[in-house]
Every structure is written in structure tokens, then in C-alpha cells.
Design a protein around this ligand. Structure first.
Ligand code: PLP
Length: 368
């Protein structure tokens, strides 16, 4: 039986060729190629500035630092996300205020944002789960009203649009991840995008030991405080190579979702989470709410079909532990939520086989 992975990164000749060039030049750290990669991303998304950093988590941390967020401040984040979103806040010394999510999209519930705002609130970090846009229009309106900074956790939303505008470009900054289960990967890595010149300068200094301009590493001038969150040209070589497959990957990922949508209609106890593909949303991962999720996952695994169970709500993790009462939606939804095989490497037949197996599971004809 063919193995159908949940996700499969893929690399080609272009990356190998570009890595070879970097190695021949002998200085593989952040340099000219990283700048080229950043410019290519800026052009794709139509933003003024892009900074390549070590991860999306680092991107959010640096964005918070650039906004001056520190101990005593509060930042609102959704209870359903990869824990990185809340960790980026807590690592600055500020407090992550968890807000419940919308039951239809599993993105942050904007009514809960409003209720969580106090005089200490400084920022909101909406998360675009699976590439599905949080309600950015409402979030930006709320942020303007309460003078809050917005950092988009667009780790899963590269090239995905919400209401025809690229996710990651609504907020003061947007942070993308380049880890392996993403539309393009550089192994690890992240991108911060911003249209603000002043934020760009602050971020540039923060990611490189307080230097606005790289020098020799010897007699440089460091007007501020910073750390080392720099990229490498080895990663940029991989990233530039990966961009050459972007169009094909996007087409395939949209097709995966469309095939799932028709193949999985009207199954009692099973529903796909929605994507507005016609408005430009890109399903990086196709996700669903499923009755008897763990049983379904084990059944599919026995057929060599690999899914991924959703994150536990952040409020259930040790560092963030709180009672379930404030989080009815995340508490109820997370144990039902699952990512189906979503890779751009899937074929029509793979997706059809997954649909058939899910139908068989719910029709209780599981013997064959
Ligand atoms: C929603 C979300 N936020 C943040 C991250 C962290 O990204 P990184 O691993 O690049 O730090 C991820 C990673 O998958 C993610 O899915």
C-alpha cells in the first residue's frame, strides 16, 4: 500500500547548484544571496521590507522587541496555535493573554480580543492557522481604536491572501516560517515583513548585535542593543531554489483542497474547515473537525495514510496552565481537529484514496 505522508518537503537541482556556488565562495553566512532572497520575497508580497531571520518564532520575538514590549505589558494571542506564538511573548518578559477562538475557523475570536483588552495591552498576534486568515479587518480596526501593535503570525500563510490582500502585510509586521512543513523551506528560518522604514531599521539592528550596517566584525559601530538572529547564504540558496517551484506548489495545494472538498461532502461527524480560495486563501494544510478523531487517525495510519493531530490548546500546556472554563471553543475543538495529508507532492489519486478511506471509516465498513 502506498505511503501517503502528511507533508513532504522537496528539493531540486536549483538548490544544489546555488549551494555549490555559496560553498565555492567560502563565506556561507548572511551576505549578498540573503539580500537577493529578501528582495524576491518583498516583490512577491508587494512590501517595502523583508528581513530573513532564524525562525518565525524569532521574527515575532524581534517584532515585539522592536515595538518596545517588555515586562508589565500584555499581548493577546489565540489559545489555538503552535505554542511559539505565546512563547515569543513570554520570552520578552511580557504576558501572553490567551483568547478563545472562533468555532468555524479556529482563528482568534475578535469578540474575545475586545474583552481581553486592559490598560496594559500593547499588541495582538493573530494567527493564520493552516493559511486561513484571521479576521484582519476587525483586528486592524480594534488595534487602531486601542492603539495596539499588530504582529501577524503568518508562519503557515506564505502567499495566502485574506480578502485579496496578502496575509502578513496587514499588521505592523508579519512573520513567516521557513521550517520544513511549509510551502517553501530553508530547513529552519523565518521572514519578517514590514512597510515601516523605522521598524525595519530597529529590526535590522536587533537581529544583528545592534548594528544598522554590517562591517568587518571588528571595528564596527553598534548604536544599539541586539543579538544574533541572522540568516545564512546557504539557507538563501535553498530559499531561492524553492521559489522556482512556488507557482506549481500553490496550484497543487489548492487542487488538494478542492478534491477533498468534493470527496468529503456530507459525511455526518466530519467537516472540512473552510478556505476562501476564490478570495486568494491558500490552504497550506487541509484541516477538518472529526468525530472519533483519534480512532480515525489510527485507522488511516493502518492504511499508510498519515495525518497530524492539532495542537493542544495553549492553556493546557504546563507553563500556561489555566482552567478550561474561559476556553470552551478551543477545549472542545482541539481534540476533534486534524490535518489531512496536504503536501504539494500528492497526486489526485492520493487525495481520492484518502477520501475513500475516510468515507469507509465513517460508514463503519472498516474491515478491508
Ligand atoms: C502558527 C505557527 N506559529 C509559529 C511557528 C513557529 O515557526 P518557526 O518554527 O519558524 O519558529 C509555527 C511553526 O510551524 C506555526 O505553525
Amino acid at each position: 500500500m502506498k505511503n501517503i505522508p502528511w507533508w513532504q518537503p522537496q528539493f531540486g537541482e536549483m538548490e544544489r547548484h546555488l549551494i555549490g556556488d555559496v560553498l565555492s565562495n567560502a563565506f556561507p553566512n548572511e551576505g549578498v544571496l540573503t539580500g537577493i532572497f529578501e528582495k524576491k520575497i518583498a516583490k512577491l508580497l508587494g512590501v517595502r521590507h523583508v528581513l530573513a531571520v532564524t525562525s518565525a518564532t524569532a521574527g515575532m520575538f524581534l517584532s515585539l522587541k522592536a515595538a518596545g514590549i517588555t515586562q508589565g505589558d500584555e499581548v493577546i494571542v489565540p489559545d489555538i496555535s503552535f505554542i511559539a506564538t505565546a512563547n515569543a511573548v513570554e520570552m520578552t518578559g511580557a504576558k501572553a493573554i490567551l483568547a478563545d477562538v472562533d468555532p468555524k475557523t479556529l482563528t482568534i475570536d475578535t469578540k474575545k480580543i475586545e474583552r481581553s483588552i486592559t490598560k496594559r495591552t500593547r499588541a495582538i498576534i493573530p494567527v493564520h492557522v493552516s493559511g486561513r486568515g484571521a479576521d484582519m479587518k476587525t483586528i486592524i480596526t480594534l488595534a487602531r481604536k486601542h492603539e495596539l501593535f499588530v504582529i501577524e503570525d503568518a508562519a503557515e500563510a506564505f502567499m495566502s491572501k485574506h480578502e485579496k490582500i496578502y496575509l502578513g502585510t496587514y499588521g505592523n509586521t508579519g512573520c513567516f516560517s521557513l521550517s520544513p512543513a511549509k510551502t517553501i523551506t530553508t530547513g529552519q528560518g523565518g521572514l519578517i515583513v514590514t512597510s515601516s522604514d523605522s521598524l525595519y531599521l530597529k529590526l535590522k539592528m536587533l537581529k544583528d548585535q545592534g548594528r544598522p550596517v554590517r562591517g568587518t566584525g571588528g571595528d564596527d559601530i553598534h548604536p544599539g542593543l541586539g543579538f544574533n538572529f541572522k540568516f545564512t547564504d546557504l539557507q538563501a540558496a535553498v530559499g531561492i531554489g524553492q521559489l522556482s517551484y512556488l507557482k506549481k506548489r500553490i496550484t497543487r495545494m489548492k487542487k488538494n483542497y478542492r478534491l477533498y472538498k468534493t470527496g468529503l461532502e456530507n459525511i455526518p461527524g466530519f467537516s472540512l474547515l473552510p478556505f476562501q480560495i476564490d478570495n486568494g486563501e491558500l490552504p497550506q494544510w487541509t484541516d477538518a473537525l472529526a468525530d472519533r478523531r483519534d480512532e480515525l487517525d489510527s485507522y488511516l495510519k493502518s492504511k499508510n495514510i498519515h495525518c497530524r493531530r492539532y495542537w493542544h490548546p495553549i492553556h493546557t500546556q504546563a507553563y500556561y496552565k489555566q482552567s478550561n472554563t474561559k476556553f470552551p471553543v478551543s477545549t472542545n475543538s482541539s481534540p476533534q481537529a486534524i490535518w489531512l495529508p496536504s503536501s504539494f507532492t500528492l497526486t489526485d489519486k492520493d487525495v481520492e484514496d484518502v477520501c475513500k478511506a475516510i468515507r469507509r471509516f465513517y460508514s463503519n465498513e472498516k474491515k478491508n
